[in-house]
Each structure stands twice: as C-alpha cells, then as structure tokens.
Design a protein around this ligand. Structure first.
Ligand SMILES: NC(=O)c1ccc[n+]([C@@H]2O[C@H](COP(=O)([O-])OP(=O)(O)OC[C@H]3O[C@@H](n4cnc5c(N)ncnc54)[C@H](O)[C@@H]3O)[C@@H](O)[C@H]2O)c1
Length: 86
C-alpha cells in the first residue's frame, strides 16, 4: 500500500497508539491530521511531526531528554539490559 501523499485522519492521535500511528503515517509520507479531545497534546504531536520533517529525521525525541536516556539504554551491555525491567 502506498501511503506517500495520502491524506490521513487519526482520531485519538495525541497519545498512545494514535500518536504512534500519526507519527508513522507522517514518516511514510502521508498528510496527517491529528484529532483528539486533548487539543494541546494533539498540537504538540503535530508540532513534533513538523519539527521532524523540518530536521529530515525519522527519530525525534520529545521531550528532548529522552535522547540521553535512550543513549544510556543503548550503551548498556546486553547482560545488564536483560536484567533491567524497563
Ligand atoms: N495500548 C494498548 O496496548 C491497547 C491494547 C488493546 C486495546 N487498546 C485500546 O486502544 C485504544 C487506545 O489506547 P491507547 O493506549 O493508545 O490510549 P491513550 O489513552 O494513550 O490514547 C487515547 C487517546 O484518545 C483520545 N480520545 C479519547 N476520547 C476521544 C474522543 N472522543 N475523540 C478524540 N480523541 C479521543 C485521548 O485524549 C487520548 O489522547 C483504547 O481504546 C484502548 O483500550 C489499547
């Protein structure tokens, strides 16, 4: 299925599964409308998507500190990672 250029409406797009769907559809090139009863959070997700497009990156950490948390997690040796409950 070719998503690129398609229009998508994502209800409940401000968090959870809807947010992940909105971000993935945008990554695949769809024009996404993020709909949610929580308007401030929906606007934040939409702004994040636009920010990601502007920076030409698939991965955008919001809030920013997740970049550093993920960096630490990625650097953990496997035997320690397997023991940690994340
Ligand atoms: N997360 C899971 O593993 C999982 C598994 C199975 C089913 N589900 C179901 O999938 C749905 C979404 O789950 P989630 O974890 O992403 O939840 P979530 O609470 O993270 O996200 C739901 C979003 O929908 C929005 N919303 C609620 N009512 C709305 C309305 N009337 N119009 C527009 N937006 C509205 C909320 O503001 C919220 O942003 C839920 O019904 C949940 O029960 C979730």
């Amino acid at each position: 299925m070719n998503i690129d250029g398609q229009a998508a409406l994502v209800t409940g797009g401000a968090s959870g599964l809807g947010e992940a769907t909105a971000r993935e559809l945008a990554r695949l090139g769809a024009k996404v409308a993020v709909l949610d009863v929580n308007l401030p959070l929906a606007e934040k997700v939409a702004a994040d998507i636009l920010n990601g497009i502007a920076k030409k990156t698939d991965t955008l950490y919001t809030p920013f500190f997740w970049r550093y948390i993920m960096m630490i997690i990625v650097l953990l040796p496997t035997f320690i990672f397997k023991r940690v409950r994340l």
